[in-house]
Design a binder for this molecule. Structure first.
Ligand code: RUQ
Ligand code: CUA
Length: 710
């Protein structure tokens, strides 16, 4: 059917309406954009009616599917993941951002990226690390006086209460620099970064105890603890591994370094870890590799690390009684290394804090089942997962069922006495997650697949399969590292969804040059048995994510605006230093100048700030906004300053006004119709022009400055 041509009289009517609109004047608050969004612009909360496709709609859908070459599975996958505009996701994924040093927040099942959270890498949009020369973030990122402005984030850990995510905090480790970060989930911002004083790199981080008393940071590559020095010839004698127990103060939302301690470990390369829960509560498990203590040296004709570290058939699963370790620390049994308390190996042996048991072969992940009864170890070079029993471990310790001791005298629990099962899954098993139906899911790196297998013991009654058997495998694209099921490492997993975190994407997307994104694939694990389809591919073109955790969205209670105007996001409290409306101005004390500024759509107060070259400037800004999403930015070009001022937020900037000139500053968020006008000038008078004037005297004619100088 042809559309009727637009008639000349209709065009005339339209022109009249447009002219009428143009003649309408905006109210002042409309012009400033200060009105609340209209109800019609808000998310529709209307209930959708159940659908019943008409034959005509079925025909249309079929035609569309065929045109786009979609099969029935594709249509089903679309129906399971498509999330209409305005509808929120059921789960949130907190993903490591790998070498980007950030954390990504992604909605599930839509796989929409909601936020990146700056952690170890300054990021300008969030104003993280761009608050001038003394930005506390930059100070915290320094290591031994050096700026280390990136991190290799690996394993995020949501805070837990009784072994379940409580939605309050998120921790993440930096493998490259052995650091730990604390993120407050009220505003999704990093609040603290602590540097491990003992070691250079870590890996078994972050993992929390069931009530988040401690956040564990296990090491990776052995070194001389406390930034010491020794040659490879002295490896066995001088190099050591470690695990650090960071004490978390939930009230303050901070790691309390004064109540934290570490345990010295042999120089095996400790790998991933997991805290026991329920049946295994009080225990900590850490994998290791290179128990060969290979020191490499391919350049001298020695076997390279990869060969030397893979010679033996087994490595050691470390079993630590962390409550006993805490007691030993509190009893004053730790020695200081680089100012940090460390329980020596001898103490661990004497007090029974640490045991080993063999684990095949170059293991990677150790994952505790939801009921805490079993620990699943995946060996990269072994096609099996090995399942250990917590009850058997406790019994073997009590009965002293040892098969020997390692070079450092640490007792080795007899493998057969603690092993529950071994399940052959395929090539390159790495990590394991769990669902609510008695299944475990293990990533197979070399097979590029996710294996579903059945758990035994109390779980056997939940599924139809024989215990401890492979049920099915779903191919993923490609080279899967970690995987994450909905609440899949807690005491009560949800099943339903699983994310395969694939290292390679190869041909999955349009090639973005030789550097390709990683590929997160959403897998449907809702149905038992052998059905486990991939639903969605989501490229991640930043960093190299490792692990992620998936939490039910309704567990989070974030601020929508800061609770009070003048809120300091770092302290999470109202800041008495925050300028309030009517109290703006510039205060000078010699060459020390304080600028007190407020902002609200669409202006800064004051708009002219008069400084002198060499001034030591403290610039305080409060956003007076109370409307959700009314965020302003604040940048000064050439001074490396950019802030994000979320509604109610107060921020302080420090810099030396060492380059004279006339600097426009402006709002970097498109906040209103008059956003482009939201600016002002910073005037920095050259020192040559100020000479001969009394230092306390204000040199300019700005009303703001004059008022403040009186
Ligand atoms: S590790 S896959 Cu930290 Cu397995 Cu990366
Ligand atoms: Cu405020 Cu743009």
């Amino acid at each position: 059917m042809k559309r009727a041509p637009v008639s000349p009289s209709f065009a005339a009517v339209i022109l009249t309406i447009v002219a009428g609109l143009a003649a309408t004047t905006l109210t002042p608050s409309q012009a400033l954009g200060q009105d609340q969004p209209k109800e019609g612009r808000r998310r529709s909360t209307k209930e959708t009616k159940p659908i019943d496709l008409t034959p005509a709609q079925v025909t249309e859908l079929t035609k569309l599917a065929n045109e786009r070459k979609l099969n029935v599975d594709d249509l089903m996958a679309a129906a399971k993941t498509y999330t209409p505009s305005g509808r929120h996701d059921e789960y949130l994924l907190f993903s490591s951002g790998g070498q980007s040093g950030q954390v990504f927040v992604i909605g599930v099942p839509s796989m929409r990226l909601l936020r990146s959270i700056s952690v170890f890498t300054p990021e300008s949009w969030q104003g993280y690390g761009f608050a001038g020369e003394q930005d506390p973030v930059r100070e915290e990122l320094k290591i031994n006086g050096k700026d280390v402005d990136w991190g290799d984030t690996h394993h995020p850990a949501l805070s837990e209460t009784k072994g379940d995510y409580d939605g309050q905090f998120l921790f993440i480790g930096d493998k490259a620099n052995a650091r730990m970060a604390v993120i407050d989930l009220r505003d999704f911002e990093t609040k603290q970064i602590v540097k491990n004083p003992l070691t250079v790199s870590d890996h078994g981080a972050a993992f929390v105890t069931p009530d988040t008393d401690y956040v564990f940071e296990g090491g990776q590559y052995a070194t001389v603890l406390g930034y010491g020095y020794a040659t490879p010839e002295d490896y066995k004698k001088s190099y050591r591994g470690m695990v650090t127990f960071w004490k978390f103060d939930r009230q303050r939302g901070r790691i309390d370094t004064s109540k934290s301690f570490a345990m010295e470990l042999p120089p095996y390369w400790q790998d991933l870890s997991d805290a026991g829960k329920l049946a295994s509560d009080g225990l900590l498990f850490i994998n290791s590799f290179n128990v060969e203590m290979a020191t490499g040296g391919i350049e001298k004709g020695n076997p390279p690390f990869e060969a030397g570290a893979s010679k033996r058939d087994t490595d050691y699963l470390h079993i630590i009684d962390w409550r006993k370790a805490e007691a030993a620390f509190k009893a004053g049994k730790a020695e200081e290394i680089n100012g940090f308390p460390v329980l020596r190996i001898a103490t661990s042996i004497e007090d029974g804090l640490l045991y080993f048991t063999p684990e095949p072969k170059s293991p990677h992940g150790v994952d505790v089942t939801p009921n805490g009864q079993y620990m699943v170890v995946a060996g990269k070079l072994d096609p099996h997962v090995t399942v250990y029993s917590a009850a058997k471990v406790r019994k073997a310790i009590a009965d002293k069922k040892f098969s020997g001791a390692d070079d450092y005298g640490i007792p080795i629990l007899d493998f057969d006495s603690v092993k529950e099962a071994q399940v052959e899954l395929g090539l390159g098993p790495l990590h394991t997650q769990f669902d609510d139906k008695g299944y475990a899911y293990t990533s197979l790196f070399l097979d590029s697949a996710v294996a579903r297998w059945s758990l035994g013991g109390d779980y056997a009654k939940l599924h139809a399969e024989a215990p401890w058997t492979l049920v099915t495998k779903t191919p993923v694209q490609y080279n899967i590292g970690h995987l994450s099921a909905a609440e899949g490492d807690t005491v009560s997993p949800d099943g339903k969804y699983l994310i395969a975190m694939n290292k390679w994407s190869v041909d999955r997307f349009f090639p973005t040059g030789p550097l390709l994104p990683q590929n997160f694939q959403l897998v449907d694990i809702g149905a038992p048995g052998t059905t486990m389809p991939v639903l969605y591919d989501s490229p991640v073109g930043v960093g190299e994510p490792h692990y992620c955790q998936m939490i039910k969205a309704d567990k989070l209670k974030p601020f929508t605006v800061y609770p009070e105007v003048g809120w300091n996001a770092r302290t999470q409290s109202l800041d008495p230093a925050a300028p309030q409306a009517g109290k703006e101005g510039v205060v000078r004390d010699g060459s020390k100048v304080t600028v007190n500024m407020t902002t609200i759509r669409s202006h800064f107060t004051p708009e002219h700030v008069m400084l002198e070259e060499g001034d030591d400037v403290t610039w305080r800004i409060t956003s007076l906004e109370t409307t959700q999403d009314a965020t302003h930015g604040f940048c000064i070009g050439g001074y490396n300053i950019n802030l994000s001022l979320e509604p109610g937020e107060y921020t302080e900037v420090n810099f030396t006004a060492d380059k004279a000139g006339t600097y426009p500053f402006y709002c970097t968020e498109f906040c209103s119709a008059l956003h482009l006008e939201m600016m002002g000038y910073l005037h920095i008078k050259p020192a040559s022009e100020s000479r001969g004037q009394a230092p306390a005297q204000s040199p300019d004619q700005s009303p703001d400055t004059q008022a403040a100088a009186k």
